[in-house]
Design a protein around this ligand. Structure first.
Ligand SMILES: Nc1ncnc2c1ncn2[C@@H]1O[C@H](COP(=O)(O)OP(=O)(O)OP(=O)(O)O)[C@@H](O)[C@H]1O
Ligand SMILES: [Mg+2]
Length: 255
């Protein structure tokens, strides 16, 4: 079982879009995939037409009110979801109510309830923040997929994220495999190419081969509660996420 956090504290870089479409692409490849929404905004659930605020979700799981297995919803063939739930944000604001002394380890403990052979992949959609929810994801995941957009501020935020993660890796003597993926990529833009080259320089063998192109169908499909493979299966977006899934299955990177 590969447990992967889709992580970047920068907002709007394509974390949720990547979580849902990469997960569905993996499921269509025959992998059994569970998605966890760790963002109180609850967008991942909305993308599947799930009413986050009336579902038991990651809030109850982390507050230790529900067993993780009971919160899993079956959303597509091979594809499962635990939505955020209405009170997920309270993890950040009322952490004293977590009846677990090991703060930050709620997700680690919850995942221990799942048989390691139950799923091939668990993909965790993280919030655009670096609080307790993100910390839970960092501690629970062995791999990160970091979506990066081709704009000027993208790299600045990245160095901070890497610093935090390196610090945690050293403190815990844990090795997190990091994958970077270019999202909202516009090949004709010089700046996007520059960011791509810099990323490959900084992180050799860690940038996944496929860049996700800017594609309006990716932005439209959640409005119909569909993934890109249902909404526009022949679009660039579908093509790119299908390839990205293979990159992840076969460790295909740029160097
Ligand atoms: N490749 C793409 N082409 C076009 N639009 C995209 C693409 N990827 C993401 N978007 C759009 O950009 C916006 C931000 O994407 P998304 O919600 O996936 O980012 P996020 O990192 O999860 O944001 P947040 O930090 O708020 O959780 C959304 O409207 C989404 O539909
Ligand atoms: Mg999001």
């Amino acid at each position: 079982m590969r447990v992967i956090a889709i992580m970047n504290q920068k907002g709007g870089v394509g974390k949720t879009t990547t979580t849902l479409n990469l997960s569905h692409a993996l499921a269509l490849e025959g992998q059994k995939v569970l998605m966890l929404d760790m963002d109180p905004q609850g967008h991942l659930g909305s993308c599947f037409g799930v009413d986050t605020y009336h579902s038991s979700g990651m809030d109850q799981v982390l507050f230790n009110e529900t067993n993780m297995l009971d919160a899993i919803q079956d959303v597509r063939d091979n594809l499962f979801l635990i939505p955020a739930g209405a009170r997920l944000g309270e993890i950040e604001t009322r952490p004293q109510e977590l009846n677990n002394q090991r703060n930050g380890y709620q997700l680690v403990d919850a995942l221990a309830q799942i048989d390691s052979k139950a799923f091939d992949f668990i993909l965790v959609d993280c919030p655009p923040a670096s609080g307790l929810l993100a910390m839970n994801a960092i501690l629970a995941c062995e791999e990160f997929v970091v979506p990066v957009t081709g704009d000027y501020l993208a790299l600045q935020g990245l160095s901070r994220l890497i610093k935090v993660v390196t610090h945690i890796e050293q403190a815990l003597q844990k090795d997190i495999r990091k994958w970077f993926v270019l999202t909202r990529f516009q090949k004709q833009r010089k700046l996007a190419q520059q960011i791509k080259n810099k990323l490959i320089n900084y992180f050799p063998h860690q940038v996944l081969e496929t860049a996700i192109r800017e594609n309006v169908s990716l932005a439209e499909s959640p409005g119909f509660a569909q993934t890109i493979f249902e909404y526009r299966p022949r679009s660039n977006g579908a093509q790119d996420y299908r390839q990205l899934a293979i990159d992840l299955l076969e460790n295909r990177t740029l160097h």
